[in-house]
Design a binder for this molecule. Structure first.
Ligand SMILES: Nc1ncnc2c1ncn2[C@@H]1O[C@H](COP(=O)(O)OP(=O)(O)OP(=O)(O)O)[C@@H](O)[C@H]1O
Ligand SMILES: [Mg+2]
Length: 480
């Protein structure tokens, strides 16, 4: 770490700073139950108070300059409220809407603490997907650009040897998916996190759910209990038990919501109620209505993601699939093409539901509804980020009514129906039927080629469509 004139002595860490305990009525989007007994809350900032700067929050000059270079003029509300508390050395549970700047809210205090006491293997950031880990790594690199930060991204699907070499260079910050980090902790000689000072779980509710349980428990055994811990998400349960596994010490809960719903006010949300057999037709109609706009289509399975991408391409749309059965280079390639605008439609499983920050996304289409309302909130949060506007449309069939009503109940509002004229939609049908036949054949070939050298899909041959048991298939559970 460079010794720079910009560097300042970090703030002293008081044993325990008194924080006002009464939560403001509208600060939490979730019903507050037992949490105030064990977790302190901070009140929201004065609505009409003059806008603060990062310097006002106690951020040192080198990091303020990096924010400036990224175009961050003022802290966002979650940054404004959590950074000063984090700089006091407290554990944080940070809850704020999608696209509200949570990444910098946890990165800045860690980087500042690192500047204060530079050491290798200082902070570990865990994320549930490889693409998100790599995005967070880039955010750390950008914010740490003026302080010679060394950051390593350790994710599954890539060769372990270069990762071992990167770890051997003793990075300050590691951003990792849990499974692959466990592999290195168990197998990479000389790699240890015994001196780690900061643990951050981004998308903490996802990391603390059952899928990641075993890996997280192992990681917690490898790192010191004496550390700072930050948990961040747009959907954190107010039930403390579910967060206890992360063994926080005396945490402060910072909860921000710009309105009483769980999604941002710049997001327009609609549903279309349709007969199940006509899903493809309605989807193509909606894609056509939004032609030229940057769109993410979410589906429930790998198979459907691949099929819809083929269907759209056959009809002349620039679509690319992203799911857990692609090789890692294909996954990153798909995302890069979509980010760069070479393709304007990303067809994805829930591997893309959380955290991905692609500012130009205009539309989110839910071809299939997700199984739970949290995933819905994250999916639609891929648009309308950082104050921008966006549209989300969900296709609801006769089989989805129950889950749809659950989502509406979680949102706390009724969504408006997206106006469609059935006769107009049906004019697409003949061309779609032709494209469906082509897509079916292509899928058959892909399934047969599965696992062969150069094939798109990984793994052994599978028998066609994945049934309900495969619902959470490879779509959002990264093995590492
Ligand atoms: N202070 C700021 N001023 C302007 N833009 C900002 C600021 N902080 C962050 N951003 C930008 O806002 C966008 C969203 O930030 P980020 O990805 O951290 O959101 P998030 O809260 O983590 O969302 P999600 O819940 O979807 O993960 C990013 O493009 C980021 O660069
Ligand atoms: Mg995020």
């Amino acid at each position: 770490m460079e010794s720079s004139k910009r560097r300042k002595i970090a703030h002293p860490v008081p044993k325990k700073k008194p924080v006002v305990e009464d939560p403001p009525a509208k600060s939490s989007p979730e019903p507050s139950d037992e949490e105030s007994a064990t977790v302190e809350e901070v009140p929201s900032a004065e609505e009409d108070a003059p806008k603060k700067t990062f310097k006002d929050l106690g951020v040192v000059d080198a990091l303020c300059e990096a924010c400036d270079a990224l175009g961050y003029k003022h802290p966002t509300p979650i940054q404004e409220r959590s950074i000063p508390i984090a700089l006091q050395g407290r554990d944080i549970i940070g809850l704020a809407e999608t696209g509200s700047g949570k990444t910098a809210a946890f990165a800045l205090p860690v980087l500042q603490a690192l500047l204060d006491k530079p050491q290798p293997l200082f902070g570990l950031v865990l994320a549930p997907t490889r693409e998100l880990a790599s995005q967070i790594g880039q955010a750390f690199e950008a914010l740490g650009s003026l302080i010679s930060l060394r950051c390593a991204v350790i994710v599954g699907g890539l060769d372990m040897v270069p990762q071992s070499i990167a770890l051997g260079k003793k990075p300050h910050i590691i951003v990792a998916t849990p499974g692959r980090l466990v592999d290195h902790l168990e197998k990479t000689k000389g790699f240890s996190l015994r001196t780690l000072k900061y643990l951050i779980m981004d998308e903490a509710d996802r990391l603390l759910d059952m899928d990641f349980g075993p890996s997280i428990d192992k990681i917690l055994k490898f790192i010191p209990r004496e550390r700072r811990t930050y948990l961040f998400s747009a959907t954190l349960s107010s039930k403390i038990e579910s967060l206890q596994r992360a063994s926080l010490r005396d945490p402060v809960r910072v909860s921000i919501s710009s309105n009483k719903y769980q999604t941002v006010s710049t997001l327009l949300q609609h549903y279309v109620f349709i007969p199940h057999p006509q899903k493809d037709t309605y989807l193509i109609y909606l894609v056509n209505e939004h032609a030229g706009q940057s769109t993410i289509i979410f589906t429930r399975t790998v198979w459907e993601t691949q099929r819809i991408a083929i269907l759209l391409r056959t009809l002349g749309f620039g679509a690319i699939p992203l799911h857990g059965q692609l090789s890692q280079s294909n996954r990153l390639g798909a995302l890069n093409k979509f980010r760069a605008g070479t393709r304007d439609i990303l067809v994805a499983t829930d591997v893309a539901a959380r955290g991905l920050d692609i500012p130009k996304v205009d539309v989110v289409l839910n071809l299939d509804l997700p199984q739970d309302s949290k995933t819905y909130i994250h999916r639609v949060g891929r648009t309308a980020r950082a104050g921008k506007s966006g549209v989300a449309i969900s296709l609801v069939t006769q089989y989805d009514v129950e889950i749809y009503l659950r989502i509406e109940a979680a949102l706390g509002k009724k969504l408006q129906e997206y106006p469609t004229v059935k006769e107009e939609v049906m004019t697409f049908q003949p061309r779609i039927e032709q494209a469906q036949r082509h897509a079916r054949n292509e899928m058959k070939n892909l399934t047969e080629d599965r696992g062969k050298k150069g094939s798109v899909l990984k793994g052994g041959k599978r028998s066609g469509r994945e049934g309900p048991k495969r619902r959470r298939d490879e779509m959002d559970k990264d093995e590492g």
